[in-house]
Ligand binder design. Structure first.
Ligand code: NAD
Ligand code: ZN
Length: 385
């Protein structure tokens, strides 16, 4: 099969790889019709993780079931399904509690909890930026979609259920947002825009979105948010000014450890400290931007060991709460699917480019450069779209 393979820093090649196949009786095999490039892929693409060269990327996947293992009961050949980026078993103690991003059985490394497709440290699983994908525990992991999911255009909405729509929503839940709250979102990439969208749907009274890319801020503005370009304006000052010095009720971190200052230099602590300073006393902060235990390539000596200079004194003094981690997609995807199916949500608004799989190298390069207008790349390995 053809697949997009990570071949080292800033090198993705589309090559022939062994076909994905049913390996265990609980597996489902998909023919991928829509698969996305994610900001999480960029941490790997830039060589800032311990992703092994030679592995297939892609954890935001939607496709048609073409084979099922003998122990699969519910999912049928011919079904259109979207799968969470998390690979989870459904029967461990964490999965039972809904913590499917922290599945205790699917990562063979005893030191790590949680698994995902084509992802550094998240198990040996191949990604779905390929013609075919093996889905472990298919009955648990597949969200079966209605007939309209055969339409490539409709897939652009449903595929966002694999990761970024639930992840943006998760940011607001980790921040414990309630209707009427004000929310400041750091990052206007696809995840930050989904957090903004989630806050809007849940009844935020006001949302600020912080980034330095004007094209992305314009999309946030169209959603009804107040854009703050941090290369021109201090987001802390602006939020404080707009709230008579109180701060936002909630804050969402949708950037991660490669956050930059106005000049473009990396500081892994910048968004965390901006949040502590722009969220009110007793407010909530949800951190879905990725942080990693080691980052040998970091320009910040502390962060090479995963440590950040966090303004913990202020966080503690303000009595703030901070929730963190990968999104447990299964907690949200069925209900967010219902919002899409009923026409209440159209997360495809983030899609800027639809490419064939062969164009993956160009897709990575432009998205990684945050070239103007390159916001969310979806690919169609089936040649449609
Ligand atoms: P992205 O890289 O396209 O977006 C990040 C945005 O943050 C960029 O537009 C960038 O300009 C902006 N930014 C950089 N420094 C900033 C600062 N100081 N203040 C405000 N904005 C700043 O990526 P994305 O796809 O939107 O993903 C965002 C993060 O979410 C990544 O770290 C990704 O790995 C992570 N992620 C986490 C989960 C999860 O389950 N927790 C799921 C998906 C993605
Ligand atoms: Zn993703």
């Amino acid at each position: 099969m053809k697949a997009a393979v990570y071949d080292g820093p800033r090198t993705v090649n589309v090559k022939d790889m062994p076909d994905a196949r049913i390996e265990r009786p609980t597996d489902v095999l998909l023919r991928i019709t829509t698969t996305n490039i994610c900001g999480s892929d960029l941490h790997m693409y830039e060589g800032r993780t311990d992703m092994e060269p030679g592995r297939i990327l892609g954890h935001e996947n939607l496709g048609e079931v073409i084979a099922v293992g003998d122990a699969v009961d519910r999912v049928r050949v011919g079904d259109m399904v979207v799968v969470p980026f998390n690979i989870s078993c459904g029967f461990c103690e964490n999965c039972e509690r809904g913590l499917t991003a922290f599945c205790l059985t699917t990562n063979p490394d005893p030191r790590i909890v949680g698994a995902a497709y084509g992802f550094a440290d998240m198990g040996p699983y191949d990604g779905g930026q390929a013609e075919f994908l093996r889905v472990p525990y298919g009955d648990f992991n597949c969200l079966v979609l209605p007939e309209d999911a055969r339409d490539t255009n409709r897939q652009k909405d449903y595929v966002m259920l694999a990761d970024i729509f639930p992840t943006g929503w998760h940011a607001t839940r980790l921040a414990e947002m309630v209707p009427g709250d004000t929310v400041v979102v750091y990052g206007a990439g696809p995840v930050g825009l989904m957090a903004t969208y989630a806050a809007m749907i849940q009844g935020a009274s006001r949302v600020w979105v912080v980034d330095r890319h004007q094209d992305r801020l314009e999309v946030a503005e169209r959603l009804g948010a107040i854009p703050i370009n941090y290369s021109k304006t201090s987001p802390i000052d602006r939020v404080m000014e707009d709230t008579s010095g109180i701060g936002a009720d909630r804050g969402c971190e949708c950037v991660g450890y490669q956050a930059t200052d106005a000049s473009g230099a990396e500081h892994p602590n910048i968004t965390l400290n901006n949040l502590v300073r722009s969220v009110r006393f007793t407010g909530g902060i949800g951190v879905v931007g990725v942080f990693v235990p080691q980052d040998p390539g970091s320009p910040d000596p502390m962060y090479r060991e995963g440590e950040v200079a966090l303004d913990y004194g202020t966080l503690w003094f303000k009595g703030q709460r901070m929730g963190t981690g990968q999104c447990n997609v299964k907690v949200y995807n069925r209900k967010l699917f219902a919002l899409i199916a009923e026409g209440r949500a159209r997360p495809s608004f983030v899609v800027s480019h639809e490419l064939p799989l062969d164009a993956a190298p160009q897709g990575y390069q432009h998205f990684d450069s945050r070239d103007s207008g390159w916001m969310k790349v979806v690919m169609h390995p089936d040649g449609k779209g």
